[in-house]
Design a protein around this ligand. Structure first.
Ligand SMILES: C[S@@+](CC[C@H](N)C(=O)[O-])C[C@H]1O[C@@H](n2cnc3c(N)ncnc32)[C@H](O)[C@@H]1O
Ligand SMILES: [Zn+2]
Length: 286
């Protein structure tokens, strides 16, 4: 089964429908958005940008791509793929938006699994960082790529079956707007033991925070329908992999100078992965 191209987009300026005309998407009010040569569309209006180059930088995206490509977070990708496969048994057609897709490692892994299950997929990676979306398109040119914000997703109401949000910044109201009745939000967030060995090297006092609070999303017809703990130990990480982890995870980089110096000496040490996958479903009855 092929991955399908997006056919519907909304203009970020007036929310009118955009139509594709060759390499340009246009609305009835003549706002135009060109398809970049890598095949993504930038729908982030200048007035909505808080910085000239919002989101993760080119360096952060490259570090995350190299770290994830080494396969050490594969248990997370496998668990996400299994979770999504379980959600779409009855679908022959499925649309997935990865909101804050980064360089597309998880979206691509999930799609590879679903395509094995003969699902016809429209899969879209959206990120506020153009470097992320560019890298996602290079990873898999068949994924649709949108530069936009989770705060204003340029997709029509009730157009998606699943919104994936891994280690990201969920905007539940907006996710719910674009989901179809019976749709699902699939989230992956770090648990208290995630990277504990690294965090205990770089911080004087290590916090074991619970995963992000999602209670504000659990209202009306939206309920937590599944919750999966993914716990694993990585193979020993090289000095280069520790450096990539620090670059791709900016809060680790904000550690004290002593902390960073200790981290810079780390090598040949495994670390713990502790991730919670949660599924928030519309119309779910426990
Ligand atoms: C920690 S990374 C996670 C990336 C990817 N989901 C993953 O798990 O590898 C967070 C991502 O969210 C993006 N981001 C930050 N603010 C955003 C927003 N308002 N809308 C969409 N993406 C955003 C960043 O550019 C970055 O790529
Ligand atoms: Zn317009």
């Amino acid at each position: 089964m092929p991955l399908l191209s997006l056919t519907q987009l909304l203009c970020p300026i007036d929310q009118k429908e955009l139509r594709q005309d060759g390499n340009t998407w246009r609305c009835q009010n003549k706002h135009c958005f060109d398809v970049a040569k890598q095949g993504y569309v930038n729908l982030l209006p200048v007035q909505n940008k808080k910085s000239l180059d919002p989101g993760d930088s080119k360096e952060m995206i490259a570090a995350r791509r190299d770290f994830l490509n080494s396969g050490v977070y594969q248990p997370i990708a496998v668990a996400l793929a299994k979770t999504l496969a379980g959600l779409c048994k009855e679908h022959e057609q499925l649309s997935i938006l990865d909101a804050g897709c980064g360089e597309g490692y998880y979206l691509n892994a999930v799609c590879e699994q679903l395509l094995l299950d003969d699902v016809e997929l429209t899969a879209t990676g959206l990120d506020i960082s153009k470097w992320a979306v560019r890298s996602c398109k290079i990873r898999n040119p068949k994924l649709n790529g949108l530069v936009a914000s989770n705060r204003q997703i340029p997709l029509p109401d009730h157009s998606q079956d699943i919104v994936l949000c891994t280690f990201g910044f969920p905007v539940f109201e907006e996710f719910k707007r674009i989901l179809k009745p019976g749709g699902h939000i699939v989230m992956a967030d770090p648990g208290p033991e995630h990277l504990i060995e690294l965090r205990s090297q770089i911080y004087e006092t290590v916090r074991r925070n619970p995963p992000a609070d999602i209670s504000t999303a659990l209202i009306d017809d939206w309920q937590l329908s599944d919750s999966i703990n993914v716990q694993f130990t990585t193979p020993p990480l090289s000095a280069e992999q520790f450096e990539q982890l620090l670059v791709m995870t900016p809060h680790l980089y904000r550690a004290s100078r002593e902390g960073r110096e200790r981290a810079a000496k780390l090598q040949n040490m495994p670390v713990s992965g502790d991730v919670l996958i949660r599924v928030i479903s519309h119309g779910y009855q426990a």
